[in-house]
Design a protein around this ligand. Structure first.
Ligand code: G3P
Length: 252
């Protein structure tokens, strides 16, 4: 069995004022145990810089929740990869279902962002996932294939090492409904197969693929016990220091 280093990432979404962020990070840093895995937290853009200061000298990485693909220019309201690099961001969530469904992001835009993230030597966490309607219409695998191939089109094989994918079924996000561990494992195994077909066996074997959707302390272990699942992208539970630390400290 191939071992890939697990990643537990917390996506705060549009939550936490600066004061709340400071309290949460301070509390969390006292609870996270050093184990053989990467822990990432992804605050709002506004809190990135302060969070970076608090994480200094700690083994927790900083992630952003989105990014524009150009370095600079007339893009009102957008955030450049250069800004993220400057504050110490190493992971960038891209194509989250909320970006896809609320803000209309499509695979070709996500693809440009993925390439820009890699160009600037950061790790993209590319999110894919089907809606409930799509799952019930039995088109999950087709949807996943289109999203994976669309968002990763034209990627150079040499850059694949930094790529992280998160499978987040839309119907499991913030609903309390987790995909069964078998369903999550099956779709993630399928994504791995798609990567191998398109980018070679090594890409399939080495790319870390996370599960996201109502992950909590009670289900992290069973998810992480599955062969294909390399970690979790956590929303709601990442806003509570005790819960997130219990997820990050799960026992192997
Ligand atoms: O990106 C994380 C995510 O969308 C899952 O959210 O609240 O279901 O853990 P949640």
């Amino acid at each position: 069995m191939i071992r890939r280093k697990p990643i537990i990432a917390g996506n705060w979404k549009m939550n936490n004022t600066m004061e709340e962020a400071e309290k949460l990070v301070a509390h969390l840093l006292g609870l996270i145990e050093k184990r053989d895995r990467e822990v990432v937290i992804c605050p709002s853009f506004v809190c990135l810089s302060r969070t970076a200061e608090l994480l200094k000298d700690h083994d927790v990485a900083l992630g952003a929740q989105n990014m524009h693909y150009e370095d600079n220019g007339a893009f009102t309201g957008e955030v450049s990869p250069l800004f993220l690099k400057e504050v110490g961001v190493t992971y960038v969530i891209l194509g989250h279902s909320e970006r896809r469904h609320i803000f209309g992001e499509k695979d070709d835009l996500i693809n440009k962002k993925v390439k820009a993230t890699l160009k600037h030597d950061m790790n993209p966490i590319v999110c894919v996932g089907e809606t409930l309607e799509e799952r019930e219409s039995n088109v999950t695998f087709e949807i996943i294939k289109n999203q994976v191939y669309g968002s990763l089109a034209g990627l150079e094989k040499e850059k694949m090492g930094k790529l992280v994918i998160a499978y987040e079924p839309v119907w499991a996000i913030g609903t309390g409904k987790t995909a069964t561990k078998e369903d999550a494992n099956e779709v993630i195994g399928y994504i791995r197969k798609l990567l191998a077909e398109k980018f070679g066996k090594e890409a399939g074997d080495k790319t870390r693929i996370l599960y996201g959707g109502s992950v909590k302390p009670a289900n992290i272990k069973e998810l992480m016990d599955m062969e294909e699942i390399d970690g979790a992208l956590v929303g709601g539970a990442s806003l509570k220091a005790v819960e997130f630390s219990e997820i990050a400290n799960y026992d192997i």
